[in-house]
Design a protein around this ligand. Structure first.
Ligand SMILES: NC(=O)c1ccc[n+]([C@@H]2O[C@H](COP(=O)([O-])OP(=O)(O)OC[C@H]3O[C@@H](n4cnc5c(N)ncnc54)[C@H](OP(=O)(O)O)[C@@H]3O)[C@@H](O)[C@H]2O)c1
Length: 239
């Protein structure tokens, strides 16, 4: 299948590598391919420059966001959450009629520290929107002709693409969205990643809870990882 991954960060790279391994034709979206390839420094998370990743994963096409979306049938959004609505709105035509799986988190990294935890960002990021709205819903409102599904955000990026690496895969992945066919497409993709316990939370409004869970997720990461801020874990809905 032709799949676009919009984004070049660590989350996007996990999907790019997995989708390529599964035999999909992957088109990676970035703002400016030349500028992205010219970078030589790691990002704020310590993720190496994208050209280093490409050298280890030959055959992947790096394109503009618009070009990557236009060439593919299914699109995964890994654009920084604070800038995702603007960036995706600019390519609404290329996303029209397609499923967009959104895993971005609307974190604001630079803000007055309310929770001064020693995260890699210095303080705990703030969610905006939060509680009464979600990034997933904002994207859906901005792109009414696109079928938005929220998923992935409640699990570590390495675990999302390799669920068997934790507890033999016995943990839970969530999906939420207003379009049944798009959710099924997402579930099919998750099954191909190895997920067996996929809980459909219902309408896209449930993206609020999934995005807000990221605070707990980061707290668990921190608790398990100590000074390394790591941890390799999943969450399971026991029922
Ligand atoms: N398990 C999960 O579901 C999971 C895991 C990791 C991250 N996340 C979330 O997914 C999102 C991506 O995270 P990440 O760590 O992979 O990367 P990131 O550093 O948060 O974002 C990188 C991407 O955002 C784009 N970007 C940054 N500023 C932009 C702007 N002003 N306009 C348009 N695009 C912009 C970058 O474009 P360029 O390519 O042009 O630089 C790059 O592709 C975040 O919201 C993060 O919180 C979720």
């Amino acid at each position: 299948m032709k799949i676009a991954v919009l984004g070049t960060g660590g989350g996007a790279r996990a999907h790019i590598a997995k989708l390529t391994e599964l035999g999909h034709e992957v088109h990676v979206g970035t703002r400016d391919p030349q500028a992205t390839l010219a970078r030589t420094e790691p990002d704020m998370m310590g993720t190496p420059p994208f050209k280093d990743f490409l050298a280890e994963h030959p055959g992947i096409e790096l394109r503009t966001f618009a070009d990557a979306a236009a060439r593919t049938e299914l699109v995964i959004n890994g654009i920084d959450g604070h800038n995702a609505v603007t960036a995706l709105s600019a390519i609404a035509d290329q996303l029209s009629g397609k499923t967009l799986i959104d895993y971005a988190v609307p974190f604001i990294y630079q803000h007055t520290p309310e929770h001064p935890w020693p995260t890699p960002w210095g303080v705990m990021p703030k969610l905006d929107p939060c509680d009464t709205d979600s990034l997933g819903e904002q994207i859906q409102r901005a792109l009414p002709a696109t079928k938005v599904v929220k998923s992935f955000v409640t699990q570590e990026q390495t675990t999302v693409v390799n669920p068997q690496s934790v507890a033999g895969g016995d943990h839970t992945m969530f999906v939420a969205g207003d379009h049944a066919d798009a959710k099924q497409q997402t579930i099919d993709l998750l099954k191909s990643y190895g997920w067996t316990d996929i809980l459909d939370l219902g309408a896209l409004v449930c993206a609020r809870g999934m995005e807000m869970h990221t605070h707990l997720h980061e707290a668990i990461r921190f608790a398990l990882g100590g000074q390394e801020f790591g941890g390799h874990f999943g969450i399971k809905v026991v029922r």
